[in-house]
Design a binder for this molecule. Structure first.
Ligand code: PMP
Length: 398
């Protein structure tokens, strides 16, 4: 009798499972729109020029690899604060933001979740319906009961905003509300700035704890435009959590570069919160790795490299938007009768296509076009070579 004899096989991760299926598909026209990764027009994962320049400078001056401080590289944390809140913003100037380097955006969420569990163990967590699937699992594993607030409206092809407000209005004080700061994953539908004002009013009136997940800053309308929602929460006088990911915006997926920022009421509170975040980190993985954080800090803190990054990020953003338009046009040309223009009203990497599970399975098995069973497609993986095949395939299944 082994210690592990009763261990059950866990279900496969739906996205990674899809990747495996894609890898073993011998269809020469196969297209992977499953995983949330940006590919360039040649179907290649980009290695940004700004990253290469930063790495070259680091190679020219090799540094030894001691342990980082528990909260990471100081210059990195400072750069994240400036990016998220604004360098001259009141929260940064007054020193009331606690920021720690994290292992990707996922790490930022997890540090925040573990800290919140100690702070408010009985709180419930609300995530959008639907949400990035890992939100549920991550907060669930941190010990929280996770429920959802109304978000997607399939019939209307958009956000059920009244429903969203109603769900938030019913939440008990202290409830942790996970909000997608921009580029909602998986639907691609964001709420408008005016709707954010209304959400913030409810969050404030109900005494909810906002946790903003910012995994795509710069992929929507621009770095400042996507970050503007943070300014709204600050202006409302709220304290809140923000997780940051540079996986997509720096194309540094495998370096695992992210952060958690907690906006506190004052500097003294921020120091105490930081000390607790450090305990969470220390007892999980002690301190973060150097390379990715050093690259991002070097780019964000150097005006020349930063200008290159902003240009490269804008290119990715613009290319995704162009692909959305090509998809709408291509589907029409391929004979799709339904109005597919909703694809261009979505933003970020993903499109909820509205296709059924059966249609998604047919796309995969008959045409080698891989999206998730929920109908989510990563439009950031479309390019001038695969778009026609994708449009033809969709036209045949709808
Ligand atoms: N939040 C959302 C909404 C995401 O889509 C992702 C990445 N797919 C993450 C967090 C995690 O980012 P990272 O890969 O940097 O951990």
């Amino acid at each position: 009798m082994s210690l592990f004899s009763a261990v059950e096989m866990a279900p496969r991760d739906p996205i990674l499972g899809l990747n495996e299926q894609f890898a073993s598909d011998d269809n020469p026209n196969k297209v992977n729109l499953g995983v949330g990764v940006y590919f360039d027009d040649n179907g290649k994962l980009p290695l940004l020029q700004c990253v290469q320049a930063a790495e070259k400078a680091m190679m020219d001056k090799p540094a030894a690899r001691g342990y980082l401080p528990i909260d990471g590289i100081a210059a990195y944390d400072a750069a994240v604060k400036s990016l998220v809140f604004g360098a001259d913003s009141e929260p940064v100037v007054s020193g009331r933001v606690a920021t720690v380097q994290a292992i990707g955006g996922t790490g930022g969420l997890k540090i925040g979740a573990d800290f919140l569990k100690k702070l408010n163990p009985d709180a419930k967590v609300l995530i959008s319906d639907p949400s990035w699937e890992n939100h549920r699992a991550l907060f669930g594993n941190a010990g929280f009961t996770v429920e959802s607030y109304t978000y997607y409206d399939a019939d209307k092809r958009g956000v059920n905003f009244d429903g969203m407000l109603a769900s938030l209005s019913e939440a008990t004080p202290g409830t942790i509300v996970v909000l997608h700061a921009c580029c909602h994953n998986p639907t691609g539908y964001d709420i408008s700035p005016e709707q954010w004002d209304q959400v913030i009013a409810v969050v404030k009136a109900r005494g909810l704890t906002p946790f903003l997940d910012m995994a795509y800053q710069g992929f929507g309308h621009g770095i400042a435009e996507d970050g503007a929602v943070i300014g709204k929460f600050v202006a409302a006088g709220l304290t809140f959590f923000v997780s940051t990911s540079f996986s997509k915006s720096f194309s540094l997926y495998g370096e695992r570069v992210g952060a958690l920022s907690v906006l506190c009421e004052n500097k003294d509170e921020a120091a105490r919160v930081l000390s607790q975040l450090k305990i969470v980190i220390r007892t999980n993985y002690s301190n973060p790795p150097i390379h990715g954080g050093a690259v991002v800090a070097a780019v964000l803190n150097n005006p020349e490299l930063r200008a290159i990054w902003e240009k490269e990020l804008a290119e990715m953003r613009v290319r995704i938007k162009a692909m959305r338009q090509k998809l709408v046009d291509g589907l029409k040309a391929a004979g799709v009768k339904q109005d597919m223009s909703f694809i261009t009203s979505q933003i970020g990497m993903f499109s909820y296509s509205g296709l059924s599970k059966e249609q998604m399975i047919r796309l995969r098995t008959e045409f080698g076009v891989y999206g998730t069973d929920t109908g989510r497609m990563c439009v950031a993986a479309l390019n001038s070579k695969n778009i026609d095949h994708v449009c033809q395939a969709i036209a045949k299944v709808v």
